[in-house]
Each structure stands twice: as C-alpha cells, then as structure tokens.
Design a binder for this molecule. Sequence first.
Ligand code: SAH
Length: 670
Amino acid sequence: MAMRSQAERRAAMVERNIARRGIRSPLVLEALGAVPREQFLPAALGEFAYDDAPLPIDEGQTISQPYIVALMTEALGLQGGERVLEIGTGSGYAAAVLAHIAKDVYTVERYGQLATKAADTLSHLGYGNVHVLHGDGTLGWPEHAPYDAIVVAAGGPSVPEALKAQLKVGGRLVIPVGADRGLQELVRVTRRSQHDYQQEDLADVRFVPLVGAEGWAPERPDDIPPPAPPPRRRSRDADLELVESIRAACEPFQDIETVDLNPLLARIGDARVVLLGEASHGTSEFYRMRERISRELIERRGFSFVAIEGDWPDAARVDHYVRHAEYPPSEWTAFARFPTWMWRNEEVRRFVDWLRDHNQQLEPQRRVTFRGLDLYSLYNSIRSVLAYLDQVDPHTARVARLRYGCLTPWEADPATYGRAALTGQYETCETKVVAMLNTLRSKQQAYAEHDGERFLDAMQNAQLVANAEQYYRIMYYGSRASWNLRDGHMFDTLKNLLEFYGPDSRGIVWAHNSHVGDSIATEMSHRGEYNIGHLCKQEFGRAAFSIGFGTHDGTVAAASDWDGPMQTMKVTPSLANSYEALCHEAGEQQFLLSLRAPSSPELLAGLSRPRLERAIGVIYRPETELQSHYFQADLTRQFDEYIWFDRTHAVTPLQVQMLAGLPDTYPFGV
Ligand code: SAH
C-alpha cells in the first residue's frame, strides 16, 4: 500500500471514525478535518496522529481522542462567533479545533510546561484567537467571563460552581463527571436562567483527573505542577538505554524443553492462579512454552486444573479423556467451531497426551482436570444439561426441554436471536434460562449427592446457557457490555472451580494476552472494558500471577476474515516504538523478563511508559496492522512476567490421518 499523506489520513479518519459514528455538525467535521493533529504530538507519535485514539503527551497527560473532541464540541452547540472557555489545554489540539469555530478560545492548563508548549504550537500554526493561561481551571478564567460555552477535558468529582457561574444564560458546559478518578459520565449543563441549570448525560467516558480547588486532590503530594520545565532527553536515546536495561535484565534461554524455570517458579511463589497469555491464537512457541510451564506447576507445585479460553462442554470432552473417565464417546465433535486450529492442533494434543499420562499414575480424585472458561457453546451446553437431567431426573428434563425450546429456532445463528429479541419481534428467553439455572441450583442437595463432579458440570452448562443468552442480546449494545459479560463469565467459572476443589486448590489459565493482562494497563480500560486478568488481580492480589508473551516476526495461523479458512501468514516485523521493537533490539532469540520484580529502576521506569503493543487474534490483517492490531499499554502494570520469542511459527492444525488408531474417546475428532 502506498504511503498516504497526513492530510489523506486525516480525511479518512474524519470520515470513518467521526462522521460514521454519528457526528453530524458540518462545523465540527470541518474543524476536525482542518487541524493537523500530528503537530500537537511528540514527534515519535506522529504516525499515530489519525488513529482516533488518545495518546500520551508530557507530564503523564493525554491528547484526547478525536472522536471525543468532536463529540464534546458538537455538544457545545456552537454556531460560530462564540467566546469559549476550555479547561485542560493539554497539547492544545482541542483548543485548535474550537478555534476553527469560535471567535475566541480561552484555555487553562495546570502544568506550566504543557501550557507553554501548547501556546507555542498554537501560535506557530497561526491560531491567533487562542489564549492560554497556566493555572487552576476549576476556578475558570473570570477576567473574560461570561462564556457562551465551556468545555472541560479532565474528569472531576462534580461540576465546579465557579464554571457554572461563568456561563452566560443560555450557555452550555460540557464536562466529564464521576465519583471515580478515572471513569466518568460526560454531562452537559445548560444555564436556563440566572439560577436554573439543566443537566443531561451524554456518554460514558474516561479522562485524566481534573485536579484543583474544585476538582480532585493531587494523587501524590509531589504531584504538583513543577515550577520550571525539567530538561528532557530525546526519546531515541532513552530507548537505546532501555534496550540496554532489557538486555541486562532478561534471562535468555536456548530451548523450550530445557529452559531452567526455577527462577520463574520462585517469582510465581505460592500464587493460587497463574494466567498464561499468548500474543496470537496460532503460534506454536506460545503453546509449547505454556505447556512446559504448566507441567512444572502441576508436577512441582500441585496445581489442580488447567482452564482454557475454550468452551466448557468442549473442554469437558478433553477432561474425560485426560482423566480416563468412562464416558461413551460423544456424538458431536469438540472444538468444531471456528477457529478450530486454536485448540485442535498438534501442540495442544501433545499437552493433552502428557496430561493423560501424568494422570494415569494418580488416584482418580487427585487427577488434574482440563476445563473451559468460554461461553460460545449455547447449544452444546443445552444438550449437556438435558443429557444429565435425562439420567438423574426425567421429570425435570421435560421441564428443561420446554424452557430451552425457546432458543431452539435460533441454533443456526444465535446472533439473530439477539437481534429479534432486541427489536421485540421475538420474546426473550431470559426468564426461562434463568429459571432453569435456579431449578438446578435448588436441587443441589439431591443431585450432588450422587456425583458432585457431574453436578458441577451441569450447573456450569446451565450458567453458560444463561450468560450466553444474555450475551447474544447485549451484543448489539456495543462491544463493551458483551466483552465484560464474557470475561466476567470466565472469571466466575474460574472462581467456581477454585471453590469446588477447595481452599488449597490452584489453577492455571490459558487465554490470550488481552484476557490475562490487567486491562487497567491498556486502552481497553478507556473503553470501560475489564478482563479476567484484572478481575483476578482484584480478587487475589499478588496471588494471581499473569504472564504475557510477545514476538517480533515469523509466521502465524490465522484467518483473514471471520469464519474464513485458516492460513499460515507471515507476521510483519514489529513497529518502531512498540514494546516488541524494544525486545527485538535486545538481540536475544528468546528470554524471560520479570516485570513484577524488575532488576533496575531504569527498566521499571522505561517499561512503564505507555507504548504500542501488538495483539493478533484469530483474525490477522497485516495490511492494516497498526489500526487492527496495535494498542497502547503499560507493560509493567499489565503483566508480572513477559516471555519473548523473537521469531515464532504457526501452530500445526490436526489432520484426520494423525488421529488414526486413537481410542474412540479421543476428544479431537475431525
Ligand atoms: N484537550 C487536551 C486534552 C488534555 S488532557 C488535548 O486535546 O490535548 C487534560 C488536561 O487537563 C491535562 O493536560 C491536565 O494537566 C489538565 N488539567 C487537569 N486538571 C486541571 C485543572 N484544574 N486546571 C487546568 N488544567 C487541568
């Protein structure tokens, strides 16, 4: 693809990320289309100027996401010619957008260094109608009041009275407000008369805190605006030093089979949950290293189960196999849904075979189990619940058939159920699936008496059905709600397992980096999303240990589109300025890097500055890699440990002929 100019990228962003997301005001669209955002960013970030994402600027602050700037500006209802007050100049970008529409823009910033720099950039670009003040914006800028519109680019605990007072009658004030320092509701306050203010909620947002007299207190006593700008090193030099500290701190190894994992096990200590990530869903090295670590944890630390980012009933099939359970072979194929290569591959099969051998020597009740955390198996879970009830309680089985029948028409494509239920064309099945879950729960005493394991299995399936039903309905509200529901389900399943196996039990989780790394450290949290890694940190603190994986280049198994065929694709070398690029430059083929106990303060400081990180899922689109696969993260807060493979290879999917001669209980039928 030919390199596009910044102007072309800007136009594309305005079209794709602003206009198509519902911003209609021609004045706002024009302004966004005119301001050169790259000029407001540190030089190294210029290439991301039109990504429609917030990006880091100095003093730990951020330049707002263009869409949010557009949304807030539109909410001000400007017609042209107004006097506008902005609180939180930051880079000066939003002030420039406002200056295209308003007559005069007064903007206040609490960090002197940012104020000076923004004033320079703005005057350099010819924005003569923007006036910058260094000070506490929660007090407004009374000399130029009253204002037609006021916009606050940082989140406060409440709407500052000083700002309300400086609004003209008829004027609008847009501000993020929330009881949490980092999560807010965007509200618009309209001054209807001298004493009458009307307030509306506009959207959920995430802004840096508004710190000041009518805002939050500084987080640390030393978090006061510095008097003079400290000298800053050029970032390239800083990166070279950082690469040096990575090289000094990392523990290189030759081979996955022979790597000495004692230092890692010491760092893991007696963690109750170890979360093993992956930077793609189709990389052999990640699977093999997870296997190696899991074997150590099972053999030497008594871990009792492995729970994967796969569906519960599918994993149950593997579980029967590895624990030598006497179940008749099932009629359906485990892991048959897209993307089949994610679990039906040679690497997983090796681990499964090892687990089966390992379990052979153990008493049945001490065998290590294999579980699934995910919730995409609505219909297989229904079948499992029915099969269970047919055996233990045929009367309840009949009730269950009636209730679950509500979902039967949608088996071919459950997403259409969500749409039909949402638009009211079809009754929702919510009460029925929840009633079924409650029925099962109420029979715990009677059922679990025969066989606690099988009761756990039925309960998990009934829970899965209830959550999946909800999942398909809320999918249409946007990705946040469904993502959180899914990770919440995975976390609850994990907790149920720990409870089931008792207070001394320990579990291993295999899931993508985007699930196991703490979401608070990534862009996900800006969208209000959380994940199992975050929930584990909250629940278990240091007893949850999360390991991230990364790679520079090589090949990966992935598809170009959802439901598309698996391909072996080339992984593009990592982008400059990413964590991956730093690790690559460290020059070792593979290494372990402790992030929980970094060996030097420089390493900790260097790796804690947000940077790009790559995530490849089941889909890989190298053509739009930056937009599709990179996000901002703070590695040290995301993971406790990072494992690097400079060059990686695609997994080997299982072929039919490989399965010849295996017992018919073998779970990976093709
Ligand atoms: N509009 C900016 C976004 C900046 S982020 C842009 O487009 O780049 C919010 C900014 O608000 C930060 O720079 C932060 O330092 C500043 N801020 C926080 N509390 C403030 C206060 N009380 N007065 C003025 N600025 C404040």
